[in-house]
Design a protein around this ligand. Structure first.
Ligand code: DGL
Length: 255
């Protein structure tokens, strides 16, 4: 079984990519919605939550864990890899692919405050964007909107216009969705912004990395979703976020 974790429902955008690529594999997901957002928390707070969730996924039989959260990856991936014997796959804002396709030499990065302030992010920018202009923007309202299941409408459009204003004005033609929650707003972002602006989402690349580890197949693959928040809310959100996904929803047994 492949374990997947996130601060809430955002990591479901990665789960659906993994399921599309590896439909014969069982997936167990844990969304820490009771503690969402991670993006405004300290690294030590994020680490202690992620250790607890990883211990639980391991106890359920996870052979690898996908940290489907950029903020948790930045805060904890190195420590997780030292602490556990199984592979941990993390998220990374798509700075490299954005740098490869920008023509205006200006890139916008939409991500959480926790991701943008990390040393790992600074190194990514330093390595891949010499000669390019990189404009960053935390988008906390995007996370609230997705956790509420609001993927379009005036509140979403207002938030998109506010958060992208400076980068669009500066001529950015490539915007990175550097948080797994933001992927659920991709269509609305694309409809709201000028047509020439391209969006980079790293969910499919992460699914390919998972596949590269050759996880074991299951004769009867199941998808189990757990939440530290109200399970009724997860059941309400699932058809909005992943309309074609068949999965069972459960409360997280620890807190
Ligand atoms: N989904 C998370 C990420 O990719 C963060 C959302 C949050 O909890 O702030 O960074």
């Amino acid at each position: 079984m492949i374990g997947i974790l996130d601060s809430g429902v955002g990591g479901l955008s990665v789960l659906r990519e993994i399921h599309t690529l590896l439909p014969g594999h069982s997936l167990t997901y844990i969304g820490d919605s009771a503690w969402c957002p991670y993006g405004t928390k300290s690294y030590s707070e994020i680490q202690s939550r992620v250790f607890m969730l990883s211990d639980w996924l391991l106890a359920q039989g996870a052979e690898m864990i996908v940290v489907a959260c950029n903020s948790a990856t930045i805060a904890a991936i190195r420590t997780l890899r030292n602490r556990y014997d199984i592979p941990f796959i993390g998220m990374e804002p798509g700075v490299k692919p954005a740098a490869e396709i920008t023509r205006s030499k200006t890139i916008g990065v939409l991500a959480t405050g926790a991701s943008l302030s990390g040393e790992k992010f600074r190194q990514l920018v330093e390595t891949h964007t010499p000669g390019l202009k990189v404009i960053t923007q935390p988008c906390p309202r995007f996370v609230q909107l997705v956790e509420a299941g609001t993927l379009s409408g005036p509140d979403v459009t207002d938030a998109i216009l506010e958060y992208t204003h400076d980068m669009v004005q500066a001529g950015a033609d490539t915007l990175i969705l550097g948080c797994t929650h933001y992927s659920f707003l991709k269509n609305t972002i694309a409809e709201t912004l000028p047509d020439h602006i391209r969006l980079i989402d790293t969910g499919p690349a992460v699914a390919r990395r998972v596949s590269g580890h050759h996880p074991s197949k299951d004769a009867d693959p199941q998808i189990h979703l757990h939440t530290t928040g109200p399970v009724s809310e997860l059941k309400r959100l699932l058809p909005l976020l992943c309309p074609t996904l068949t999965a069972s929803c459960h409360p997280f047994p620890l807190s």
